[in-house]
Design a protein around this ligand. Sequence first.
Ligand SMILES: *Cc1c(COP(=O)(O)O)cnc(C)c1O
Length: 217
Amino acid sequence: MGAAENFQAIRASLDEKIILVAVTKNHGVEEIRSAIDAGATDIGENRVQEAAQKFQTLDRQVTRHLIGHLQTNKAKAAVSLFDVIHSLDSVHLAQALDKAAKNFGKVQDVLIQVNVAREPQKSGVLEEDFDALINFVDEAKNLRLRGLMTIAPNFSDVENCRPLFKKMRSLFDALKTSRKNFDLLSMGMTHDYKIAVAEGATVVRIGTAIFGERLYT
Ligand SMILES: *Cc1c(COP(=O)(O)O)cnc(C)c1O
């Protein structure tokens, strides 16, 4: 099956309220177009530079998500390229994004990335730094906090993701009670999205199951 059929099969398996982000990193503009023409409304890229290049020739209407780690010095470019940034994980980055959004004349939708498994090599805010970041983002005039994101560890037994996704959902629900426009819980990739959905994800990010294995050269 090609990307179009894969996309449609996954889309049909999900509740219509769930946002399916087709992760297009390492895939060319032709493949992205074919997914969009098959019905993809949301695409995800993990690198600003790669996205900037591809978006130049991507002549399609689609919601653009930045799902990869973002360096402060690329905040300006990210704000100009993306509708939703999933990888906000420090006050320092929030300051840079707020400023960039102000200069660009937009309110930037952001998700806070949580390192819920406390993996040392992963980005994402740790629990002890979470409140300070939330407080900053709540006050930032040019940022709109839309929800939370996490990347689960690559467990050999995918069931090990479940308690982490549960924890994310309770964090999300607690914050949601006092917030408007707080509706995006981004968790679940090819190997674990079914568990993420069962535990309350509202956004899944799927690359391999749509486009096949990525070839890195
Ligand atoms: C690459 C990537 C995905 C998609 O992963 P697949 O396993 O190919 O579905 C999802 N989220 C993030 C943050 C990624 O970098």
